[in-house]
Each structure stands twice: as structure tokens, then as C-alpha cells.
Ligand binder design. Sequence first.
Ligand code: SF4
Length: 114
Amino acid sequence: MRELICIMCPKGCRLTVDDDLNVSGNSCVRGVTYGKQEVTDPRRYLTSTVKIVSSRYKRLPVISDGDLPKDRVQDVIKYLDTVEVKAPINVKDVVVKDVLGLGVDIVATRTIKE
Ligand code: SF4
């Protein structure tokens, strides 16, 4: 049995997931989905930054376009520390395609013209 806080909305319901993946404590169906996923295959979206060159800005904010296995998030953060991009960059441009072979792209969340 696991006890979790649902992070799918600010209400933060206290969930209990038993060994048969029955979820209780949720106020909506999203809590069931989250509770089962968190116990069997926890995943997280990632927001971070990468280095940008040839710009007056030093860092470009990025986000994963899908959720990543929670146990690989630190690997992706380390990898993003090695990435450099050049301006111009447009919002939603793919900065890293299929990061670490995880089937998720890293995309820009800001347009930087120069
Ligand atoms: S179970 Fe539903 S209401 Fe409760 S925190 Fe999760 S998403 Fe929000």
C-alpha cells in the first residue's frame, strides 16, 4: 500500500493505492489515473534551461513535450547541461529531438530573436 499526494491539481488529495492498484481518497478520476501511474511507472514533465550562444541572453527556457520516466529526469537534466543552442530560436522549436532515446523532445518555451 502506498500513500501519495495527487499533484494533478492544486487540491492535493491524499491518495491511498493498495496492492491491487485500487485508489482511494481521490476527488476525481484524474486521481485514479495518477495514483496507478505513480505506483507502476512514475513520470514527470521537465522544465529547465539550456545554454544559448550568440545572444544577449545566457539561458533558454525549455520544457519536455511529454512526460519522462521519473528515474531518468536527473539524466536528462545532466544532458541538458551539455546542450548549446544558437539564436534565433522560436517558441516550440525542438531543441533536442528524442532526448536520450526516451521518445520525448525538449522544446523552447521562449522566442529569442538575437
Ligand atoms: S484527485 Fe482530482 S481533485 Fe484531487 S488533487 Fe487529484 S486531480 Fe485534483
